[in-house]
Design a protein around this ligand. Structure first.
Ligand SMILES: [Zn+2]
Length: 326
């Protein structure tokens, strides 16, 4: 199916384990209509495709566009995606998606061409085209959350690697004797700086009997600590929380320095909820990068927070389609 190159709008979509979000986007990157639906991950492929179509149709209804004004859909999907074939090879959220065709059933329901990409890669493209990476020739993005995703954009294109598995910089080993990672190896960046690792780091300090305002914030039950609580307590001067942010920033900084030494990027963009802690996290990241990145590789490289927040995915999906029609 061909893209309508004269269309005024494209649709970006972001499929998650809980919800699917779609946005109608104009050529300047403005979101002019949105739709959202449950992704029904446990109910099988047909149910999820129906929900994707529902989110897309709702976005169009909520916008000035009709489907005839839309050039195509670009969607980020969690897992390993064969973009050219429109297939999903594996997904942590959608069990049984092992080589399934996802693009075609969407096309069959909505009648416009549909492109798929890995969600972290698509979000990185969104930041590169519309956000913190604007103008970058080589941009690396880390997304901090319950895992650590990464994306690499070279000359405006997603770098997907030999078999479209892409770089997984969250699994760069930053402490060879470190804790076990979800991937089964030891000392990955993800094992040291994803959400639960940050919470454990703070909770261990509190268990050692150190005074911390995290106790009051969590109602004296350390299981309820969140990264947002740690960031808030750190900004109020709580020593345990400040140390937690510094140690976390150190490990992220090692991961970033590795990326800089290997790829010589001009921008490293760091996003995800935890990155909203701002300088509390970015200061130790930048200090660690300064020490551990090679001098030449670091020249002209900036380490910056993401700008698009939750919109990176849908805007990246839109950017994938714009690249086909410009
Ligand atoms: Zn790992």
């Amino acid at each position: 199916m061909d893209f309508n190159k004269n269309a005024k709008y494209v649709i970006g979509a972001d499929l998650g384990g809980t919800n699917v979000r779609a946005a109608v986007v104009d050529r300047d990157g403005n979101i002019v209509g949105e739709g959202r639906a449950e992704s029904k991950a446990m109910e099988g492929l047909a149910a999820t495709v129906g929900q994707i179509a529902l989110a897309i149709n709702t976005a169009v209804e909520n916008s000035p566009a009709t489907m005839a004004d839309v050039a195509g859909v670009g969607m980020g999907v969690p897992g390993t995606v064969k973009s050219k074939e429109g297939r999903v090879m594996w997904s942590p959220n959608f069990l049984g998606w092992d080589g399934i065709q996802l693009a075609q059933p969407i096309v069959d329901q909505i009648g416009v061409p549909t492109l798929l990409g890995n969600d972290a890669n698509v979000a990185a493209l969104g930041e590169c085209v519309f956000g913190a990476g604007k103008g970058s020739k080589c941009m690396v993005m880390f997304t901090l959350g319950t895992g650590i995703g990464s994306g690499l954009i070279i000359d405006g294109e997603i770098w997907v690697g030999t078999n479209e598995s892409g770089p997984e910089m969250g699994h760069a080993i930053v402490a060879a004797d470190g804790p076990r990672c979800g991937c089964g190896r030891y000392g990955c960046l993800e094992a040291l700086a994803q959400r639960d690792a940050i919470i454990d780091r703070a909770a261990r300090k509190a268990h050692l009997g150190r005074r911390t305002s995290l106790l009051e914030k969590s109602n004296h039950d350390l299981r309820y600590i969140t990264p947002a609580m740690i960031a808030e307590a750190a900004s109020e001067g709580d020593p345990v929380s400040i140390e937690t942010m510094q140690e976390t920033g150190y490990y992220i900084g090692i991961g970033v320095a590795n990326a800089i030494n290997m790829l010589n990027p001009d921008k490293v963009v760091i996003g995800g909820g935890i990155a909203q802690a701002g300088d509390l996290l970015f200061d130790p990241i930048r200090d660690t990068v300064e020490v551990n990145a090679l001098y030449q590789q670091l020249q002209g490289c900036e380490v910056v927070p993401a700008q698009l927040g939750d919109n990176a995915g849908v805007l990246g999906g839109a950017a994938m389609v714009f690249q086909r029609i410009i």
